[in-house]
Design a protein around this ligand. Structure first.
Ligand code: FE2
Length: 184
């Protein structure tokens, strides 16, 4: 942290930009495939790993375990309104990623039905995550920046640092940023 612009959403907004780049690359791959190019299964597999570990574990983990409870403490309900809607998006995203994982190997082996299942889940995931991030940046994060300030903000940021310094399935956040660079 540089200390000059500490907000409860800065690191999350930054992560959104990388997630959007990977989703954008997957979107291009799906469009190319619709035009007759072969789907690049190795890149698709890397996208799935990125979505599981960076988007869900590192990023949604910070939102669900730290930011949303912080907003609840400031009086925003979690069982209705924006937090409930965003939690629902996260759950739906996990379903699409699980669908991609479930059909990937059969699709790679040439099974047409599995191929359709992977493409449909990938398309649905891209659409969901792009819309989700735009609403989060435009609605919830602006609310959070106004609601969580001072020492509550500093505490939250230091907890974010702890999550960012952890590993998921043996991968650091930097490992996954490198994976994203290789994808895009
Ligand atoms: Fe987010």
């Amino acid at each position: 942290m540089t200390g000059n612009e500490q907000t409860p959403t800065a690191v999350l907004r930054e992560e959104h930009q990388l997630i959007l780049k990977v989703a954008g690359r997957l979107d291009e791959m799906l469009t190319d495939e619709e035009r007759g190019e072969e789907l690049q299964f190795d890149t698709l597999e890397s996208c799935i790993t990125f979505f599981r570990l960076f988007t869900d574990a590192f990023h949604h983990g910070k939102e669900e375990d730290l930011l949303f409870p912080g907003l609840e403490e400031e009086g925003l309900p979690s069982d209705s309104g924006p937090i409930a809607a965003f939690l629902e998006d996260h759950a739906q995203g996990r379903v699409y990623v699980a669908d991609m994982v479930a059909s990937l190997e059969e699709a790679r082996a040439g099974d047409a039905q599995a191929g359709r299942a992977v493409r449909d889940a990938a398309r649905a995931y891209v659409d969901l995550i792009v819309d989700h991030i735009s609403r989060e940046d435009g609605i919830l994060f602006d609310m959070a920046d106004n609601m969580i300030t001072g020492s509550a903000c500093s505490t939250l940021c230091s907890r974010y640092d702890d999550v960012c310094a952890s590993k998921f399935e043996g991968k650091t956040k930097a490992d996954l940023e490198r994976l994203a660079e290789a994808i895009i």
